[in-house]
Design a protein around this ligand. Structure first.
Ligand code: NAI
Length: 480
């Protein structure tokens, strides 16, 4: 029986290993983590992350061939294949601060693998790492290896939070990079055999190590670039009377462009896009490619611009001040169907409004109050860390309350900001909401989710990203 151990029981390690266990009943899979509360939660009925379909998968195999343990060293020592799925945030201090990937967690995992191993192992990079990381990992492993053979593979994960289980069941592709030696090829085959239990052979791509490592950074850069491109267009649409949805539809019909990932919004978030692009920028700079670095840097800058533009639009529409006004924030997670708030655009928007002394009433179906308050009281450099690694110096912010539903959040509010595209916000009783709000009542839709015409008929003044402005907003232009 092949034994797999995964170091890191987070958003990637947990769901990925659960699906491997489900699809490969003859493989024993143990997910380990140094953060004990996370392991306790994985072994309970309240899993540590919210992901549609995840509960079912875990329930089907936990205790059979899927285990969660804090006994990291024991399970690493026993495994044939060790996945490393630890966090790789942006460095906050020292060389490359603010851009380079912080590989502290990775390095300590590699040193531990070297220390405890007594048999040959395949070590799989599941985390997103800078290109050439495998070379450094190889050095750490072989330096301490006592004659043990380690093969390093790069197997980046392409799942998206919110659709992780669906993505893992039916991936567009699985990418495996390894050394071009006979041992390297044998290791690739061993990992291929795992995925071949459910992924069609033509969707398993094998490359050299560096191509696999770089492809993950490139994929995230391209995805984020699409969002920044359409968001840049949204600003021009508002200035000219074009409608960004119509423009997206029209350009998406071109098969070279394609229709997906062309929705304008308040900006992208999540733990990956920004950190991976900044990492790419850093790698380009280190390789003397400043023009390439500047090109990708702009993707992040447009994302910042979009959030600022949104805040400015809210403030300028409401007579140039939100001081003392209640603003309802609907949605705080960085996208729907997840409770993850790392780098969510809601943080920047809320902080912007708080800076203008707004009173915020926040509702998100999956994000607990404690996390929202911690996020809003934190420094930007800490925001891509998982909640338990974020500092505990948070103080409850007087201007912020978190409530249990959208109706409570909007009661007595002057304006509503929709910041996450949760389905339930589409079917709210907006007439009832309007009746309970201060007038004029504003809706600022950062996800283009509501029916603008219907809301305008009710009496709302509605701003939707990249859509033609109504007369009120035209008279109060927002300067970004
Ligand atoms: P996460 O922060 O949710 O989980 C990482 C876990 O690793 C934490 O629970 C932490 O306690 C644990 N850990 C750190 N050092 C450890 C050690 N030495 N021994 C044992 N456990 C240790 O991170 P997430 O979101 O799962 O991301 C992991 C990697 O996957 C990152 O490199 C990320 O860029 C990449 N990725 C993330 C995706 C996402 O949607 N979240 C998608 C694709 C890739």
């Amino acid at each position: 029986m092949v034994k797999i151990c995964c170091i890191g029981a987070g958003y990637v390690g947990g769901p990925t290993m659960a699906v491997i266990a489900l699809k490969c009943p003859k493989i024993e899979v143990v997910v380990v983590d140094i953060f004990e509360p996370r392991i306790i939660a994985w072994n309970s009925d309240q899993l540590p992350i919210y992901e549609p379909g995840l509960d079912d998968v875990v329930k089907k195999c936990r205790g059979k061939n899927l285990f969660f343990s804090k006994d990291v060293e024991k399970h690493v020592a026993e495994a044939d294949i060790v996945f490393v799925s630890v966090n790789t945030p942006t460095k906050t201090q020292g060389l490359g601060a603010g851009k380079a990937a912080d590989l502290t967690y990775w390095e300590s995992a590699a040193r531990m693998i070297a220390d405890v191993s007594k048999s040959d192992k395949i070590v799989v990079e599941k985390s997103t790492v800078p290109v050439k990381t495998a070379e450094a990992i190889e050095k750490i492993l072989t330096h301490n290896s006592k004659g043990i053979n380690f093969q390093i593979l790069s197997n980046p994960e392409f799942l998206a939070e919110g659709t992780a289980i669906q993505d893992l069941f039916n991936p567009d592709r699985v990418l495996i990079g390894g050394r071009e030696t006979p041992e390297g090829q044998k290791a690739i085959q061993a990992l291929k055999d795992v995925y071949a239990h459910w992924v069609p052979a033509e969707r398993i791509i094998c490359t050299n190590l560096w191509s696999a490592e770089l492809s993950k950074l490139a994929a995230n850069a391209f995805l984020a670039q699409r969002i920044s491109s359409v968001n840049a267009m949204s600003a021009l649409c508002e200035a000219t009377g074009a409608d960004v949805s119509e423009v997206s539809h029209a350009i998406g019909k071109d098969t070279r462009i394609g229709p997906k990932f062309l929705n304008a919004s308040v900006g992208f978030g999540g733990s990956c896009f920004q950190k991976d692009i900044l990492n790419l920028v850093y790698i380009c700079e280190c390789n003397g490619l400043s023009e390439v670095a500047n090109y990708w840097k702009q993707v992040v800058q447009v994302n910042e611009y979009q959030k600022t533009r949104f805040v400015n639009r809210v403030v300028s529409s409401m007579f140039n001040t939100v001081s003392g006004k209640k603003i309802a924030i609907l949605g705080f997670a960085f996208k729907k169907d997840t409770g993850d708030t790392r780098e969510t655009p809601a943080i920047g928007v809320c902080q912007g409004l708080l800076g203008d002394k707004a009173i915020l009433s926040i509702y998100d179906p999956q994000v607990p109050q404690e996390l929202i308050q911690r996020d809003l009281s934190m420094h930007k450099s800490e925001l891509d860390k998982p909640p338990h690694l974020r500092p505990m110096n948070s103080v409850a912010i007087e201007q912020v309350t978190c409530v249990g539903d959208a109706y409570e959040a909007t009661k007595g509010a002057h304006g509503i900001c929709i910041l996450t595209e949760w389905d339930e916000f589409k079917t709210l009783d907006y007439k009832k909401i309007y009746n309970n709000m201060n007038k004029p009542a504003f809706v600022f839709d950062g996800r283009n989710l509501v029916d603008i015409d219907k809301l305008r008929q009710i009496g709302f003044i509605v701003y939707s990203i990249g859509k033609p402005l109504d007369a009120w907003l035209k008279d109060m232009p927002a300067v970004a």
